[in-house]
Structure formats: C-alpha cells, structure tokens
Ligand binder design. Structure first.
Ligand code: PLP
Length: 301
C-alpha cells in the first residue's frame, strides 16, 4: 500500500525566500542578500513545531514518557500550540500554563488541539510565575514537564533540521544567521550546526530593548536565563524597540507579502543593521510565526 505522510511529517522543510524591497541600499548595492526562513509554514504555525516534536519524540525514545501520560508546560504561546498539536498527534494529555495577558488567538488554538489551559496572573510575574507553577505541579506528581528552557532536545531539533536545511538551501553560502531569542533553542541549535560547517558564520541574536514587550522573546534576568543558553555561542546582540518591531511587521506584510509576527520583524531589523555593516553577505533571519496570531492585539491596524 502507498505510504502517505502524516501531519507530523509536514513539520520542517520550510521555504527560504529573498526580500525584494525592504533592504533598499543595504541590500543589492552592497552585494548583500537577505533571506527569510518561513517557519510560519509549519503545520501548527511556528518554529516551535520542530522543538515540540523533537522534545516529545526523543523523550519517548528514551522511555521517559509514553502515550496516555500527562505533559505540563509553561509557555508564552507558540510552544504551547506546537505541543498541543504534537500531544494530539501522539496521544498525550497536555496541560499548558501561560500568563493571562497573551493573545486570545493563542489560547483558542491550544484548546482547539485539546489542551487544558491554566492562566496565571501576568501581574504576579508573567512567565517566571508560570514556570515556577509548572515545576511545582510536576513535584506534586501531576505530570511531566518537558521544560523547553532546559531541554537539549529543543536545541537538537534545530541541529537536526533547521541548521542543515539552511546550509543546503544557501548551498553553504550563508554568512550570517539572525534569530530572535526566547528559550534560545533556535539560535543555539542552528548556530551550533552552522558553525560546525563553517566556523566563520556569524550568529546574531535579537532581544527586546529595555522596557519593550515583544511576544515570545525576552532579555532574561540572570536567575531565569534558559539552561540551554550558552552566551559564547552568540557573536553579537541587537536590542530592538517594540514600536520599531511592530512597524517593521506591518512593512514586512505590506511591502514583501510576508505576514510574520513581531519577533520576526525584530530579527529583520537586526538583519538590516548587520547588512549596513557588511558587504557580499548572505544573511538569513527567522520568521518564527505568522502575523494572524497577533491580529487581536491591533498591531496590524
Ligand atoms: C513569537 C516567537 N518568537 C521567537 C521565539 C524564540 O524562539 P526560541 O525559543 O527558539 O529562542 C519564540 C519562542 O517561543 C516565539 O514564540
């Protein structure tokens, strides 16, 4: 019998596309190409499909979890949606803990995939509070926390898939990789893989500037820095103001036809700053998710 793909098989192998207008003078004139990796094309709509799938599959392979078990995760959104999808595919119960100020589309997507949601008061510490609650629920035997912030399979997802895709899609020509930083799984994994192929590739992280709120990414306080994060693996950092990222998200949609989220636009701002400093470079930035996920926030109005 012909073997067909499952929905899980459609995770990854996302397109890499060239920007046509936004780069302006820092693009072609300087010999630079700016490429967007469209992670919103994943089935549950973000780069997190790769991490969620890797964390569940590899934990299963090690015998740490089995279908029917309950999984618990504190998540700012995309990981929750991706875990809810993967849990549905593989037969797990999924409990997701998130601050109550995150967009309604995210919550509705998680419940659509059958997950149970616990909303924590944003006023009591946002993601830090949610992470502490997940840990205490696990200690009480209520389920297994995958902990994307400390889980090497989050990094491994990108060493095994995103990194090799970018190397192959650019024929090894990539010179700079730019990613917004949340758990740092994407930048750690893609960075490690690309550096193993060419040690001169520059790894650039985008973080929110002081006082800016960009969903999915953080400049973490020292005590909450993700355990998977190794600062030495990032060559330079760009701080992005929220208003600039929001404006760039609107431009990315209207001028390039790429409808991405706010953190993706932040990564593009960082990529443009890099392009202004270099010549003859092939700069890749990650479009982590799709703009539809932010419609209710009014940012595209
Ligand atoms: C919208 C968005 N952008 C960027 C990121 C950052 O990805 P990573 O956690 O791999 O650093 C996330 C992570 O959750 C996200 O949800």
């Amino acid at each position: 019998m012909k073997k067909y793909m499952t929905i899980q098989d459609t995770i990854g192998a996302t397109p890499l596309v060239s920007l046509q207008r936004i780069p302006g003078d820092v693009g072609q004139k300087r010999g630079n190409v700016i490429l967007a990796k469209l992670e919103g094309n994943n089935p549950a709509g973000s780069v997190k499909d790769r991490a969620a799938s890797a964390m569940i599959r590899h934990a299963e392979e090690r015998g740490e979890i089995k279908p029917g078990d309950t999984l618990i995760e504190a998540t700012s959104g995309n990981t929750g949606i991706a875990l809810a999808m993967t849990a549905a595919i593989r037969g797990y119960k999924m409990v997701l803990i998130m601050p109550d100020n995150l967009s309604v589309e995210r919550r509705a997507s998680m419940t659509a995939y059958g997950a149970e949601l616990i909303l924590t008061p944003a006023s009591q510490g946002g993601m830090e509070y949610a992470r502490d609650l997940a840990a205490s629920m696990q200690a009480e035997g209520k389920g297994k926390v995958l902990d994307q912030f400390a889980n090497e399979d989050n990094v491994r997802a990108h060493i095994e898939t995103t990194g090799p895709e970018l190397w192959q899609q650019t024929d090894g020509q990539i010179t700079h990789f730019v990613s917004a930083m949340g758990t740092t799984g994407t930048i750690m994994g893609v960075g490690s893989y690309l550096r193993s192929r060419n040690e001169n590739i520059q790894i650039v992280g985008a973080q929110p500037a002081e006082g800016s709120q960009i969903p999915g990414i953080r400049k973490w306080p020292e005590a909450y820095q993700p355990r998977i994060y190794q600062p030495s693996k990032v060559d330079s950092f760009e701080l992005i103001a929220q208003a600039d990222a929001e404006q760039m998200a609107r431009r990315l949609a209207a001028e390039e036809g790429i409808f991405g989220g706010i953190s993706s636009a932040g990564a593009l701002i960082a990529a443009l700053r890099v392009a202004a400093r270099v010549e003859n470079a092939t700069i890749v930035f990650i479009v982590c998710d799709r703009g539809d996920r932010y419609l209710s926030t009014g940012v595209f109005n």
